[in-house]
Design a protein around this ligand. Sequence first.
Ligand SMILES: Cc1cc2nc3c(=O)[nH]c(=O)nc-3n(C[C@H](O)[C@H](O)[C@H](O)COP(=O)(O)OP(=O)(O)OC[C@H]3O[C@@H](n4cnc5c(N)ncnc54)[C@H](O)[C@@H]3O)c2cc1C
Length: 477
Amino acid sequence: MPYIDGKRRPSREPRQVMGMQDPKVRHRNFDEVALGFTEEQARAEADRCLQCKNPTCEQGCPVNVRIRDFIGGILDDDFCGGVAALRERNALPAVCGRVCTQETQCEAACVLSKKGTPVAIGGLERFLADWDRSREPGMRCKTVAAPRNGKRVAVIGSGPSGLACAGELSLLGYGVTVYESLHTAGGVLAYGIPEFRLPKSILQDEVEALRTARVEFKFDQVVGRITNAQELLDEQGFSAIFLGTGAGLPIFLGIPGENQNGVFSANEYLTRVNLMRAYDFPKTDTPVWRGNRVVVIGGGNVAMDSARTALRLGAAEVYLVYRRTEEEMPARIEERNHAKEEGVIFKELYAPLEVVGDQGWCTGLRVQRMRLGQPDASGRRSPMPIEGEESVIECDTVISAVGTRAHHLAGKISDVKMTDRGYVEADDDGRTSNPRIFAGGDIVTGAATVILAMGAGKKAAHAIDEYVKNRPTGAKV
Ligand SMILES: Cc1cc2nc3c(=O)[nH]c(=O)nc-3n(C[C@H](O)[C@H](O)[C@H](O)COP(=O)(O)OP(=O)(O)OC[C@H]3O[C@@H](n4cnc5c(N)ncnc54)[C@H](O)[C@@H]3O)c2cc1C
């Protein structure tokens, strides 16, 4: 790090570029695509950070990670200090360093972004988290938790909102039990995001760190069926509940032919590959339809993940059908680029009309050519059909990745007020209509992002702490 007259001069070197697996190799394997920074790269990248007095990057982060301080740890060669600063606000740094939308959050708010090359905050976060993980378990950097306060909180759902809430409550001294309907923790991080973007071992390490912080996990527990909020509060002695059940119910387009064999929701497809380990073929022989010519409908991260997964399962051709242009696609730019590099064929300005088939098996997707008209309420230009321009993309598999919504079970867990669309009504701090029940993440906002769900879980943890400390005399808790 250059010093002139005792003052640090940040480096003006270009932003470091992370190593990637070669697209020609990676499109047929499930190994992680991005290889992370080497120590040398991490030091060089940290050296670009201005260490601003007023770190605007931190305001751009929904969990207010101490970005300046963790980068400072790398600059000062105090990696453990950096890890401590990172972990103080973020229970899942190795996850966030991989899947967060940094380009629209912390990195967008970095002063250097004005020149188009913000500090690679996500890459540095990933570097520090991985550095810590690579050490012997007994050597890892410690987090300091408050002494136990004798109170217990139940967290329903182990997605990023539930995990962040559990981690924060544990730091505040609460005993936390997480109830999860599946057999493993992580929510979408486990069953949605594929191995090549977020290896399961990394997620499990972060879950393990929560377990070490005395968070208890109960799997195969569908709350709302086997138990409900009332029982947890009144019979099992929990002081409060956090609902973080996500919005995992797939939406279909409702077009003719969608009920044929070979048509999947992205959720079903990705869950089979992730949780039933189809990515580990032939070691694990999962009953998953592989598909030779696959069409994915949608333009978000879920669509990219589905398309890239289909390639890795051996499809000869994978098409992505989107009714606007690539510019309007909600998927992260990096994910779009990775998909294209790997050979996914983007069919922009096509809208699906019908799944065509033969004796109940999908044989193609009939599509309508579109053009862009005036901007709609979302500010994006509306797709308009071009009369007479219909065609069929031949395929044996169609994967629908057009969104998800809340499962009706959310309403059976407790008596909290729901919105007309089946989401839980909660304020910014996660307070619901029931003072003992808090909620956050996709079950409140609808499908959003990992870091927003984590931010909601953390805020709710503090609202729960405030409620438990100030609960009215005579309350049952
Ligand atoms: C394929 C895919 C890729 C994505 N990629 C990205 C990305 O790259 N970056 C990003 O920021 N975001 C991404 N997202 C979005 C992000 O993952 C979600 O916004 C986030 O996971 C929401 O977190 P959550 O905690 O609210 O819910 P979830 O992650 O959905 O977790 C909810 C958990 O609750 C459990 N549950 C539900 N009902 C019950 C019940 N009754 N009892 C007990 N447990 C229950 C579920 O099994 C699940 O484990 C992606 C989403 C998908 C589907």
